[in-house]
Design a protein around this ligand. Sequence first.
Ligand code: SF4
Length: 274
Amino acid sequence: MTVAAAVAAGTLPGRVWLYSNYHCNLTCTYCLTESGPGVRRRELGPERMVTVAREAKELGFTGLGVTGGEPFLLPELPDVLAELAELLPVVVLSNATLFTPARLARLDQLAGTPVHIQISLDRPDPVDNDEMRGPGNFGKVVASIPRLIERGIGVRVATTVEEIDDDELGRLCELHRRLGVPDEDHIVRPVVRRGRAVDFDMGVEARQPDLPAELTITADGSFWSPFGPTVHSGRLDTDLLITRTTSPLRTPANALLRLIEDRPPGDDARLNIR
Ligand code: SF4
């Protein structure tokens, strides 16, 4: 079966993920990649990102995801996103703490393009939110979201929690609606017990069958899912590594197709990790 046929049949998710970098200005307690300011950057590089996107489109993938680390620490990222968006729709994950007026101005080129910035916001109250994500995080996020939307840039909100009761979730939903993000652009997902979450004894165990088979490209190889190339005790996890080779993209894509051949439909939905 080809990628295009598997995507059309719904047996292979259409999105290819790119790990742009592993460094971050924050050090969240549940971070899958143990990201922080001083970690090894493992950057994919702008040219490689665009090449992978081009190959992904040719193979029949239908979307791109960009994650890290904090992708917006890369000065070239707005230009790269604009190039990627000419090929396929893009979602880029961000902590939304770096959107200074100068950075926002560089994002103007993304207005009206198929780029969505998916922003982490975990709790409706600053103290609870900042406990896991760091001081001042809540204030920066709630200030950034309307500024991005005003500029014509698509925004989604992602909430990552161990547990949240109905009252707190209701207040969080009121908040994201007030900021301009509709319900269909809000996702809630569990903390996954990988990376720093292991040290803080948090999250759900996610095995390969629990995770959608979303081809994920990093500087160190290709993985089963964006939850694969995590880092613990400074070392890259390789339990979900597919191939060390990422070029041509056909090589890991075919390896992934072989792995999903006998997978029952819906088998990956148990933990709602998407
Ligand atoms: S969870 Fe995201 S924002 Fe937090 S340290 Fe990790 S990469 Fe940075």
